[in-house]
Design a protein around this ligand. Structure first.
Ligand SMILES: [Zn+2]
Length: 130
């Protein structure tokens, strides 16, 4: 399986692929709670680099590697992965951006979004996996 070669820019596809993979892993490590389907997102970014008949294989490889990254992260930081973002409200504001307010003590939501705590089950504290 190889990336689609670009005749005028050799190595361009590989560089794009590498950059997309690195960004995905960085985002998983930095902000997993707001990145619910990393494998799907990465695939959508790089699928054009592969011929159609190889895209399913590419997706499966991405899925395996993203899963391995998630397991590695969980083993290193525990089930509270993404705790760097734990001091921000888990909600999304009207503009579609993450709410940046500090959550209430013992809650994932700020005072404005505390009503959402009752909507989401408390089991959603661990990793979101694609
Ligand atoms: Zn909020």
């Amino acid at each position: 399986m190889t990336c689609t070669a670009h005749p005028r820019q050799p190595g361009r596809a590989e560089r794009l692929l590498l950059a997309a993979c690195e960004q995905t892993v960085e985002r998983i490590a930095r902000d997993l709670r707001r990145y619910p389907r990393p494998a799907r997102h990465l695939f959508s970014q790089i699928r054009f680099l592969f011929p159609l008949q190889e895209q399913l294989q590419a997706y499966r490889i991405i899925e395996d590697h993203v899963q391995a990254a998630l397991e590695r992260l969980e083993s290193e930081v525990g089930p509270d992965a993404g705790r760097a973002t734990a001091l921000r409200c888990a909600s999304i504001n009207r503009k579609g951006k993450p709410c940046g307010r500090e959550p209430l003590r013992g809650s994932r939501f700020c005072p404005s979004h505390k009503h959402l705590e009752a909507v989401l089950p408390p089991a959603h504290r661990g990793l979101y996996v694609a």
